[in-house]
Design a protein around this ligand. Sequence first.
Ligand code: ADP
Length: 231
Amino acid sequence: MRQDFVANVSHELRTPLTVLAGYLETFSDYADELPPRWQRGLALMSQQSARMEHLVTELLTLSRLETSEFKAEATPIDMGPLLATIRTDALALSGHKHNIVLNVDEQLQLRGSINELRSAFSNLVFNAVKYTPDGSTITLSWQLDNQGAQLSVQDNGPGIDNKHLRFLTQRFYRVDDSRSSQTGGTGLGLAIVKHVMLRHQGHLDISSCIGQGSCFTCHFPASLIYTPDFI
Ligand code: ADP
């Protein structure tokens, strides 16, 4: 019942929000003609409606992950191009102020849902951009490990206090509310990552050390890993 309720509410909110955001965008085109007091209000309304649209999209994503049937791609996914695109998007988000290093085993392919994996990995990399200062280094690795393979996103940012780690994948859990709302965070990103990993028979590990940085690791079982034969 809860899942249905959340899915229905999110769906119903979408149409009115689209109308509001659409008109706000039109008004913004004529912002120069408005008195300065209104311009500020308009900018804030646009910002908040974008935030609400983001929230509704994430709620719908989460409810789809909870209710829909899992479908893996027919062919294994090449991780190199996928991670390179995510890196480009993350650099755009950061305004090229972070160093984002790719460390990818190109031979290792993964069976899974490309849309779900893109969403999970992007969430981790975008978080690393959002929660670390300019100039930080973020390393994105895709390598074999002793259970199968792992995708890890490591940063050298401020880190997260140990006491928060086990709650991070709960919906709406945020370490610092004010910082998180400034960055447009909803508190749903890591819950989405956790669900995507469950659907891929894997799991998410989080380790962090204050002052040194954080590492988010997605572990995939050997049954989903594919290495093409080169003869
Ligand atoms: P949000 O939408 O707020 O980013 P998430 O579920 O993605 O929600 O993350 C939950 C919280 O975990 C964030 O609010 C942030 O406080 C913390 N967090 C996530 N990634 C990092 C990181 N790389 N470094 C520091 N804190 C992080």
